[in-house]
Ligand binder design. Structure first.
Ligand SMILES: *Cc1c(COP(=O)(O)O)cnc(C)c1O
Length: 417
């Protein structure tokens, strides 16, 4: 199944979703990007360069680990995890930014810009820019700058200029607007490094392509080390890049169930969560360059969202995943903050692994389902990142008063809120 076969002439659409909704002034820039991306995708040496770069710089291929203790305790399916947490900078985000870095070099540009909420994408982009020798500017809401002091510190020390955006609510949405303004002004020299598989075409396809390295490796590793394909695979879904990255490896294996795990936050009810598809609170709209499902009210204003995991706290979702969901190829489930905390506790105690809060959504859903499966069945979870970055939030969620006190003191030293 080729997700990107646009034989019906609607390039950049997946069913009714996707498209390129941008101001006229950016059309020539996006056309140039599309052409360069198309050429890179058809050039086998480009993918080869990407794989070699990820091997030497980020430790790929990341392993698949059998969680034998956890599987035994639950008494159901055998649980395996794909270790994207072992990448340089601690998550799958580096796959996308290094890929785009190679493309920027190919386009002959020397400046990159990015927007970031929790700071993880900004951090990865600053890393890439330092490695490739690009100028870089990272846009971040002023509120987020205050909350994410450590990430800002590293970005600046890797040579990026971090801009605290003071418009609007001073968070991600305002940073995106400011970033677009920069792009319009500097399109000849500058590439906008989008952080997830969203936004205008070709970004959903391009980010998915770089992230497909996860699924390609994982399929071969499951056959080799687990003795066969998984019966179900689980990935958390923020914008959707790690999920579509894993799922692509198994798209033609119709016997493999694909499960996307969204942020259920406090539970159902508008404003309590960021589950666009699982809770059916979202509707179709056009924003941020694409047509997809958004958490919005009747007049098209975006709703407040909530999740314990900053990386899943997003109003829109990848249009390719929406299309696969409508075709019943991908199932969507919501996982609450509370279930995430329980999944974290059990994976730390039984296996000594600390998934990022985002990844723990996949763990929680997989644990629920594993119990009801047979020991000869297999589950694969994408461990999209490591939880070290979440120490403040996890201590808070576990209500560990001793550590909360200690961390609060450290946070004040860093200047975080
Ligand atoms: C950013 C992030 C996510 C969410 O982004 P996707 O594009 O949905 O993958 C998930 N996990 C981790 C660890 C992240 O940093």
């Amino acid at each position: 199944m080729d997700l990107f076969d646009f034989a019906d002439g609607r390039e950049g659409y997946y069913g009714d979703y996707g498209g390129t909704f941008l101001p006229e002034i950016l059309h020539s820039t996006i056309e140039a990007l599309k052409a360069e991306f198309r050429a890179a995708k058809e050039d086998p040496s480009f993918w080869q360069d990407f794989v070699e770069l990820m091997q030497s710089y980020s430790g790929r291929p990341t392993p698949v680990t059998h969680l034998s203790n956890l599987s035994q305790i639950l008494g159901g399916a055998q649980i395996y995890i794909k270790r994207e947490d072992l990448n340089h900078t601690g998550s799958h985000k580096i796959n996308n930014v290094m890929g785009q870095g190679l493309l920027v070099k190919r386009m002959g540009k020397d400046r990159v810009i990015a927007e970031t909420g929790a700071g993880q994408h900004g951090y990865a982009t600053a890393t890439m820019a330092a490695r490739f020798g690009f100028h870089s500017k990272i846009y971040m809401g002023a509120l987020d700058v205050a909350r994410q002091r450590p990430n800002v510190f590293w970005m600046e020390n890797m040579g990026s200029e971090v801009i605290a955006v003071t418009d609007g609510q001073q968070t991600l949405k305002d940073a995106i607007n400011e970033c677009l303004r920069d792009w319009v002004t500097n399109m000849d020299t500058t590439h906008y490094v989008l952080g997830t598989a969203c936004g205008p075409h070709p970004f959903p396809e391009m980010v998915s392509w770089f992230q497909s390295i996860i699924g390609k490796e994982a399929r071969a590793q499951m056959i080799e080390t687990a003795g066969g394909l998984p019966d179900r695979i689980f990935a958390c879904v923020g914008g959707g890049s790690n999920a579509i990255g894993l799922f692509q490896g198994f798209m033609d294996d119709s016997e493999v169930q694909l499960v996307g795990c969204e942020a259920g936050g406090f539970g159902p009810g508008k404003g309590n969560h960021a589950a666009r598809l699982a809770y059916k609170d979202a509707s179709v709209g056009v924003a941020q360059g694409m047509k997809t499902y958004f958490l919005q009210n009747d007049d098209g204003n975006m709703l407040e969202t909530h999740s314990v995991a900053a990386g899943l706290d997003y109003i829109g979702v990848n249009p390719i995943l929406v299309h696969l969901w409508e075709q019943d190829r991908v199932r969507f489930e919501a996982v609450t903050d509370q279930e995430v905390t329980e999944a974290l506790k059990i994976s730390m105690r039984t296996e000594g692994v600390i998934p990022a809060l985002e990844s723990a959504h996949g763990f929680a859903q997989a644990i629920k389902e594993a119990e009801k499966m047979r020991p000869d069945e297999r589950i694969l979870i994408n461990m999209s990142g490591r939880g070290d970055k979440d120490i403040f939030t996890i201590a808070d969620a576990l209500d560990d008063s001793h550590w909360k006190q200690f961390i609060q003191t450290k946070a004040e030293q860093y200047g975080a809120e």
